[in-house]
Write a protein that binds this ligand. Sequence first.
Ligand code: CP
Ligand code: NVA
Length: 302
Amino acid sequence: MKNPRHFLSLLDLEADEIRRLITRAGELKAMQARQEVYEPLKNRSLGMVFEKSSTRTRVSFEVGMTQLGGHAIFLSPGDTQLGRGEPIEDSARVLSRMVDVVMIRTFAHDRVRSFAEHSRVPVINGLSDLLHPCQLLADLQTYFEHRGDIAGKRVAWIGDGNNMCNSYVEAARQLDFCLDIACPPGYEPAAELLDSCGKYCRVMRDPLQAAKGADLVVTDVWASMGQEAEQAQRNAVFSAYQVNDALMAQASSDAIFMHCLPAHREEEVSASVIDGPQSLVWDEAENRLHSQKALLEFLLVG
Ligand code: CP
Ligand code: NVA
């Protein structure tokens, strides 16, 4: 493959391609529910490079490849030469001569970019410090499934302007919704993303203001992977940013709640909200499987 198509960011797809993936994810979900065998990726392999922990991403990609007739290989730093310092560029050159597609989860986004630059096969960003685009495919699928098109809707992001928030900023531009972000000073989403997608987003300090009239309320942990040492300090900074019943009361009466998981109950979200009737977090988690199957099919079959 000369110029493989990568998925490092939601901006790597056209808006209509994202919409087609969401529709296709729903079709694949229905086919799986009917136990229809569909194996377009027979004899194809996915290499999964994990430099951070994962439950959902690993299992959804591995099961997704199995269901599509292919195979997935889990590669962790503890067991690979990458973990012993083999350059990312060399790892990309070698792995991409053997597997058909690679998913990488790592720290610096530049590492994902370097891998993709040196890969002969499509590379999927399975989370970097900057972005988590696969999660957004699942979130969007979940919204469409329960409420229809998200265009013109109001989404409130409450808390840290982290990788998930950055991917929401990109999603707002691609799918034309309004994103109100409430975060403490110094915890805003990436400035370069706000520059390119900013007309769809507002950054504010007051979480209740951001939630007002929202159709979808989303949050994430206050300390992401790699920020464990900052946990106590972040708990103090974000204490006013919990998604709880008082905050949900500001949102539209049929608003839904999402969280990429793993969650910390009574920190960023109260148990009453995440385990309550407005929460779609389990559908959201399941949809990682279906939306990534649609993505793998798109990248490998077209
Ligand atoms: N939401 C998500 O990416 O979960 P994992 O870290 O378990 O993969
Ligand atoms: N922001 C979180 C997302 C985990 C799926 C993290 O990066 O740890």
